[in-house]
Design a protein around this ligand. Structure first.
Ligand code: 5GP
Ligand code: MN
Length: 318
């Protein structure tokens, strides 16, 4: 796909990503905007996202992200990044009204894509890596390299997960050659927690429950705990990864109460469980090793329903 050809003649370009935007979706939206503004200075390019975590505030264009989804004149091109059209939430109205939609994503559950033009590559670790592939490398500068690096690092667990390839490392090496302080920004956006976030992580680990002979683990934070600690969904980033790191675990589940009798579920798995398969059974999706969904019912209903699907995966792996 040729980004500039897809945008030829476009005067108004919109860009959106999924709800609860993570490093890769923020990075993908901001890097694409930065690139298009550089290449098409006449065009108006706007990013629409649910309010991202302020740890990303130093990325170029963060301040210009529109988070309240106001009514807009139809866009000539609307980019759906790091997700399918249905996960844009309020942003879906812009995509539906746009003359053209371009979907760039790496979620296996979004193959073949939900745009009028699709570039969905599930074998690639991050949408930022796809943006890197699609841009003209001459336009890379320190700011653009930093945004792309942050997105790639976040979705690969800082180049540690199995979605990291030799190509990913070559691209990351190229990006850090632009001279931004990559160690600091990854420390501050990926590893660092506020004291409150560390406390809620501690509570989630303390109250976790193992099941299926210790092969699965689940932890839940309900509304009462969220109110007590005064935390929001952004404060739960990384908890599920800590659960996944426990010895013997094939499937780690973290969930929080997103509404009364509704839970947002995050899953991390080893090669014995296809997380995307389990999540898509409940209307969610994601990747083989990391996926999510939203489930209705009590905590116990949700765990029971998830267990049946996880068990099916574990049996397949035997
Ligand atoms: P997380 O657990 O970090 O929220 O999400 C893990 C992966 O699954 C991410 O790539 C995310 O985009 C995807 N994901 C999480 N929740 C959902 C969902 O409800 N639907 C779909 N399609 N994907 C999800
Ligand atoms: Mn991603």
């Amino acid at each position: 796909m040729d980004l500039l050809k897809e945008c030829a003649e476009a005067k108004r370009i919109g860009i959106g990503g999924h709800a609860k935007p993570d490093g890769d979706s923020v990075g993908a939206c901001l890097s694409l905007r930065y690139y298009l503004k550089k290449k098409m200075p006449e065009a108006q390019v706007t990013v629409f996202l649910e309010k991202p975590n302020p740890v990303f505030a130093e990325l170029a264009g963060y301040e210009d992200i529109v988070t309240d989804f106001p009514e807009q004149e139809a866009f000539d091109v609307f980019f759906i990044l790091d997700c399918s059209l249905d996960r844009l939430m309020d942003g879906a109205k812009y995509a539906r009204a746009a003359a053209k939609t371009v979907n760039i994503d790496h979620h296996i559950t979004n193959v073949p894509g939900s745009g009028t033009v699709n570039y969905v590559q599930p074998q690639v670790g991050s949408t930022c890596e796809l943006i890197y592939d699609l841009i003209d490398k001459d336009s890379l500068d320190r700011e653009l390299a930093k945004i792309l690096y942050v997105g790639m690092a976040h979705d690969t667990g800082v180049f540690q997960y199995s979605n990291t390839t030799p190509d990913t490392m070559r691209k990351a090496a190229h990006l850090i050659s632009f001279g931004f302080d990559f160690y600091r920004i990854i420390q501050e956006t990926f590893y660092q927690r506020t004291y409150l976030q560390a406390q809620i992580l501690g509570r989630a680990l303390m109250e976790s429950i193992r099941f299926m002979d210790g092969r699965c683990i689940v932890s839940v934070i309900d509304r009462k705990a969220m109110d007590f600690y005064q935390v929001t969904k952004q404060d739960f980033e990384g908890i599920v990864n800590e659960l996944r790191n426990i010895k013997g675990i094939s499937c780690a589940i973290f969930m929080y109460e997103s509404a009364p009798l509704e839970y947002k579920v995050s899953m991390r798995t080893d090669e014995k469980v296809d997380a995307a398969q389990v999540a898509s059974h409940f209307g969610g999706g994601g990747h083989a090793r990391a996926a999510g969904c939203t489930m209705k019912g009590t905590f116990y209903d949700c765990v029971n329903n998830l267990s049946a699907e996880i068990e099916r995966e574990l049996k397949k792996a035997q």
